[in-house]
Write a protein that binds this ligand. Structure first.
Ligand code: MCN
Length: 723
């Protein structure tokens, strides 16, 4: 029997229905008598809401009609697109017409858009704020003064990791159905259990006994569907209140304005280097523009900034760090998790510091990394209190070095032809895979294995990987395994697919539950044959003993006859997390005339421990790296000075298409494992984290100028080339 773990299996669980056009997304779910909901959203970034007048006789609700928990703006709107009211009608068109008749009287207030302006505290992002600096933290290790005293070179700059808009293919939407006792909600979410918990806090007093949340197929999320949004809570409440099914779906512009944005951090720093390029210390201020000050969101989001500050050191031996971290409120859409959530910003900052140092000292970018990198670590606590489970960093650099030299050679050939070519390198080391995951594994009477997971994958392909894990334990073909997920009725507890967690934590739960089920079945078969379980051999999907042989289907039926359920549930908790790492490099060419950038080569060397499905993992590298490249080259969130989102659809907000997709070579190193039963580490975010600085460094190398902002649009490059 070939091993299933490590086999590049296609997405046999997820894809067949999607390819046949039979995958059901939220918008496909329809009930007779459904009312369609359209939200009335703030036109202003900051305004007092003086009154909201609903059309006569319309089903129209404002914050005044609703419980506070739902979170519509009541007296003050603090970002453009914030939901203020909702109308319901029998179809979408009628609802849109009605929504246009809702009259909102605003008193516009000064909007705080620029973070530097916000820091001056002249205008406030919300009337009741004492200061726009709503959160503060300090991260300090070692003696920075000594580091600067001993410095041969001090590099000083401000580097910006710009605001980006998570652009999942499917906008958010939900359908809610109340049968008089029980509420069922289908939502395009990453967080079914979180939504269920929120609804259970709100709804029992309105006669709801129980809540079921279902995640149908979801067209991507990238972290932006973790937060429990007012819209999904409100339509659930209205389904109960009206007794009618309710449906809502965002337009792209609504999505861009009301779904959390990502990143938006800047680091003002000075860094001390010795003559050889050793980084002696960093001092700086990390400013995170949190966007609209919604307390329950910004307190969590600020964690991304404090994590970013702590991750500045770790993979490099830096002994002194002093960073003040500020969380600043403005009147833009609130920031939340977006692929990497704090780790891309940290990586971008530290990798930029190294390259700016290398350029100032005239040292090669690969060599400065060799000077500073930690060697091999096991259960390592970084000086700022982060943790790396394992890693062979120096060896990784050794493996990747020939590829770097090959790219330099290609670059020099292009340069010899008069082209502007450049090579960029970045090391990534992150923390990934958190919390608890639950799985139930069951043997059905027809001899198939059914896995139920509490996780919520939405494009990654984890269900196929789960099938492989169960197939490996039961020594059967992966096609004999079914996987179910994304429904709070299927299993009582779950985690959410985010933080590159699902394979490692959810897969470990599948692994442990499968082993326990196999042991249980060995006991059943032993009892049936009148022998000890240890005497029964399990091989290739069958139980063997000289007294007889039993198939999985026989064992399932026998178990049921004995009153033993052929299933096992297991909750696996990881402590504390895994630390995947890698080195990425790229060759780019910059067009001298137009300033446009073409990525010619992209090579990624990653260590995520054991890879369960190389095809799926590589898919993450392709998509993830392109997303990181996109931040470096294309994505720009533009607001007017008054706080209107200018880049409010895909004709203004640029993301890559197949035309911009890059050929990526991926090498999985598997030098260091995690302590989990699978030995795997998360991969979902790592390539995105690595790609942004890699590309920026390559563009810098091509044009021979330092770059401090992103994206590196043609205009910026032409300006730098002519400066
Ligand atoms: N994998 C593997 N071996 C490993 C690690 C992972 O075979 N050692 C495979 C897994 O089987 C899974 C995939 O790689 O198919 C990613 O697994 P993992 O790293 O555990 O990440 P998650 O499944 O938890 O996915 C979350 C991650 C995050 S945090 C974001 S954001 C993101 C991403 O995945 N959003 C995505 N990838 C996305 N891909 C799609 N299509 N859509 C999104 O919204």
């Amino acid at each position: 029997m070939p091993r299933e773990i490590g086999r590049p299996v296609r997405r046999i669980i997820e894809d067949p229905s999607l390819i046949a056009g039979k995958g059901r997304f939220v918008y496909d779910i329809d009930f007779k008598g459904t009312l369609y909901a359209i939200f009335i959203r703030s036109q202003y970034a900051h305004a007092k809401i003086k009154s909201i007048r609903c059309p006569e006789g319309a089903l129209c609700y404002t914050a005044k009609d609703l419980p506070d928990l739902i979170g519509l703006a009541k007296e003050e709107a603090i970002y453009q697109g914030q939901p203020l009211a909702v109308v319901l009608a029998e179809d979408e068109y009628k609802a849109r017409d009605l929504a246009e008749q809702v009259e909102v009287e605003y008193e516009p207030l000064p909007a705080v858009i620029d973070v530097e302006e916000a820091l001056k505290n002249v205008k406030k992002a919300k009337s009741d704020l004492d200061s726009n600096i709503v959160l503060e933290d300090n991260v300090e290790i070692g003696d920075v003064n000594l580091a600067f005293k001993n410095a041969y070179k001090v590099v000083e700059a401000e580097v910006v990791n710009q605001r980006v808009i998570p652009s999942a293919m499917e906008p958010r939407g939900a359908v809610a159905y109340f049968d008089g006792r029980r509420l069922t909600v289908w939502s395009s979410t990453q967080n079914v259990f979180g939504l269920k918990d929120t609804l259970l806090q709100l709804l029992p007093k309105y006669g709801v006994n129980d809540v079921r949340v279902v995640q149908p197929f979801v067209g991507g999320a990238f972290g932006s569907k973790i937060y429990i949004y007012p819209e999904e809570v409100l339509i659930s409440y209205l389904a109960v209140l009206t007794g009618k099914p309710i449906k809502w779906f965002n337009t792209r512009t609504e999505e861009f304005m009301s779904t959390n944005h990502g990143r938006d951090m800047r680091l003002k720093f000075k860094a001390a280097f010795d003559k050889e390029g050793k980084l002696l210390g960093i001092e700086g201020t990390l400013i995170m523009d949190l966007g609209a000050p919604i307390r329950e969101i910004y307190e969590d989001s600020f964690g991304m900034a404090t994590t970013a500050a702590r991750l500045l050191v770790g993979r490099y031996k830096v002994n002194a760090l002093k960073v003040k971290v500020l969380g600043v409120a403005t009147n833009k859409t609130f920031i939340g998790p977006y692929r990497g959530a704090g780790r891309p910003e940290a990586t971008y900052f530290i990798e930029r510091i190294l390259n700016l140092g290398a350029r100032a000292l005239g040292i090669d970018q690969f060599e400065i990394r060799e000077v500073n990198i930690i060697d091999e670590v096991s259960h390592y606590n970084t000086p700022t209190g982060m943790y790396y489970d394992s890693g062979k960093y120096r060896e990784t650099l050794k493996i990747a070095k020939p590829a770097y030299h090959e790219l330099l050679r290609k670059r020099d050939e292009l340069r010899a032809k008069g082209k502007l070519a450049g090579v960029g390198v970045a090391i990534v080391s992150e923390i990934a895979s958190f919390g608890t995951g639950t799985a139930r594994v069951q043997l059905t009477p027809n001899g198939r294995i059914q896995v139920v997971s509490g996780f919520t994958p939405h494009g990654q392909g984890d269900a196929t990987a789960f099938a492989q894990i169960a197939a490996e334990i039961f020594e059967i073909d992966v096609s004999q395994v079914d996987v179910l997920w994304g429904d709070t009725d299927l299993i009582s507890h779950g985690g959410l697919t985010g933080g590159s967690t699902t394979l490692t934590v959810g897969g470990s739960a599948v692994y442990e539950a499968s082993i326990r089920l196999k042991e249980k079945l060995l006991r059943v078969v032993g009892e049936k044959l009148g022998v000890r379980p240890e005497e029964v051999e399990y091989k290739n999907g069958k139980f063997h003993h000289k007294k007889g042989e039993m198939s999985l289907a026989d064992a399932a039926r026998e178990a049921l006859r004995m009153g033993v359920y052929p299933e096992e549930e297991y909750s696996y908790t990881i402590r504390p997390y895994t630390s995947p790492y890698g080195i990425h490099m790229a060759l780019v060419e910059v067009d001298k005339e137009t300033g446009s950038v073409k990525v010619l080569d992209y090579k990624a060397f990653d260590d995520v421990g054991v890879v369960v499905n190389p095809l799926l993992a590589e898919g993450q590298v392709h998509g993830g790296a392109l997303q990181g490249i996109s931040q470096a080259l294309y994505e720009e969130t533009v607001y007017s000075p008054e706080g209107s989102l200018i880049t409010s659809n895909f004709s203004d907000y640029v993301i890559p298409t197949a035309m911009e997709a890059v050929k990526i070579e991926w090498k999985s190193l598997a030098l260091a494992k995690s302590d989990t039963p699978l030995g795997s580490k998360g991969i979902g975010e790592l390539p995105t984290i690595a790609a942004t600085p890699t590309i920026l460094h390559a563009v810098e190398d091509a044009i021979g100028k330092n770059i401090y902002t992103m994206p590196t649009k043609s205009e910026l490059i032409l300006k730098l080339l002519n400066s």
